[in-house]
Design a protein around this ligand. Structure first.
Ligand code: PMP
Length: 426
């Protein structure tokens, strides 16, 4: 068996940076990545057989933990029917039915293969429907890597300081207006300065890609009102929050109905799936009904649909899962806060439902500017200390700890104990 070190050396020769997605390179925590052999329940094991409590949860999809028996059995059964057809199948209809039943305002939905495709296609649809070109996004929010959305974004682009990517012509982003999250005036000003030119506003209703930032409810309600007043479509990017904050997503929690929504992660149960949807009238511009073109060889893939459907049904039939996930996050939040007080370290815990980030900063965190005040060197030390204790955290300050159902009380207690030890030593 190759060691992580050997695998990384080889990978770097033949894969850019040795990884298929930048944050996996552990660059911002200044170490080489671990390579994973297997994962089961709340644990993930590297190729050296070190065991870690996993708080990445594949960046959200593994909401039940790894290797869930129910989902595994569905996958095995689905394989017997063939992996991909390229013509319609019943599971695609079932998936659409589940999503449209779960999410208010999502009357029609189209399946794609990733969150990136979902947001890219939603933007194209919004532009096609409104016949307007400009869009608004928020600083620090990440919506995948399509050209027009790769402007002042979060996640790996923050980690590697490429918030605006090389290779994206200025012409492709000239219609992207960036506003400040939790600052409604920045949105009002943008709308005022671009009267009747803005097709849509896309937002992570609870940002996770700059670390967790809690939305101000006045901001969210005002955003809904002013978009409606100005004939601008409001798109909730619920790739992270969909089916995580509640079965009806952030929209249900906020009691706000967006015009369009994007999903990913949980709806695929760990397989590469995304979806975008919205009101029937809007989605009716999508081909072959309308002239907005979007397609996919593997879209609605029957294996992925079967596993995704099983995941969503499990959530629908066990709504107590959401309380359980939040309780785990609250326990961690309280434990971490006690430890922060004890050690006197400059850190702030921000939690929303089952999403949590520790920011190494003095001031409370409510905006992108606050996030950018954090000490990423301290986070790197903290990450390493926790990894040495057997806990896998996101390898970047600008990401989220995702709770999964398999995390036990013992796992959480151990994490809090380790947190104290590590905070005392850095
Ligand atoms: N939107 C949000 C809110 C995301 O968090 C992500 C990925 N983390 C995406 C879109 C892009 O999804 P994907 O990585 O599946 O393309």
């Amino acid at each position: 068996m190759n060691s992580s070190k050997k695998l990384f050396e080889k990978a770097k020769e033949i894969i850019p940076g040795g990884v298929n997605s930048p944050v996996r390179a552990f660059g911002s925590v200044e170490m080489d990545p671990i390579f994973i052999k297997k994962a089961k329940g709340s644990y993930i094991y590297d190729v050296e057989d070190n065991k870690y409590i996993d708080y990445i949860s594949s960046w959200g999809p593994m909401i039940f933990g790894h290797g869930d028996e129910e989902l595994n059995n569905v996958a095995i059964e689905a394989l017997k029917y063939g992996i991909s057809y390229g013509v319609p199948s019943a599971v695609e209809v079932e998936m659409a039915e589940i999503i449209t039943d779960a999410y208010k305002g999502c009357e029609m939905v189209r399946m794609v293969n990733s969150g990136t495709e979902a947001t890219m296609s939603a933007i194209r649809t919004a532009r096609g429907y409104t016949k307007k070109d400009k869009i608004i996004k928020f600083e620090g929010c990440y919506h995948g890597h399509s050209d027009c959305l790769l402007v002042k974004s979060g996640s790996g682009t923050l980690t590697y300081n490429v918030t605006t990517s090389l290779g994206v012509p200025q012409d492709f982003v000239k219609n992207t207006i960036v506003c400040e999250f939790n600052n409604i005036k920045s949105v009002k000003d943008a709308i005022e300065q671009n009267k009747n030119e803005i097709a849509c506003v896309i937002i992570e209703p609870v940002p996770g890609n700059m670390g967790v930032v809690i939305p101000d409810m006045d901001f969210m309600n005002d955003l809904r009102n002013i978009t409606e007043e100005n004939n601008i479509l409001l798109i909730f990017d619920e790739v992270i929050t969909g089916f995580r904050l509640s079965y009806g997503g952030a929209a249900k929690v906020f009691n706000i109905v967006p015009d369009m929504v994007c999903f990913g992660k949980i709806i695929g149960g760990g397989l590469p799936v995304g979806a975008y949807g919205g009101k029937k009238e809007i989605m009716s511009v999508v081909s072959p009904l309308g002239a907005v073109y979007q397609a996919g060889t593997l879209s609605g893939n029957p294996l992925a649909m079967s596993i995704g459907i099983a995941a969503l049904k499990k959530l629908r039939n066990n709504p107590q899962i959401y309380d359980g996930l939040e309780k785990k996050a609250i326990k961690l939040e309280e434990g971490f806060n006690k430890n922060i007080e004890k050690t006197g370290i400059n850190a702030k815990v921000v939690r929303y439902k089952s999403m949590l980030t520790i920011f190494f900063t003095e001031k409370s965190v409510n905006s992108y500017a606050d996030v950018m005040n954090s000490d990423t060197k301290m986070y790197a030390k903290y990450f390493k200390g926790m990894l040495d204790s057997g806990i896998l955290l996101p390898p970047s300050q600008f990401e989220v700890m995702f709770m999964n159902q398999a995390l036990s009380d013992e796992d959480i207690d151990f994490t809090i104990e380790s947190n104290l030890k590590v905070l005392s030593s850095i």
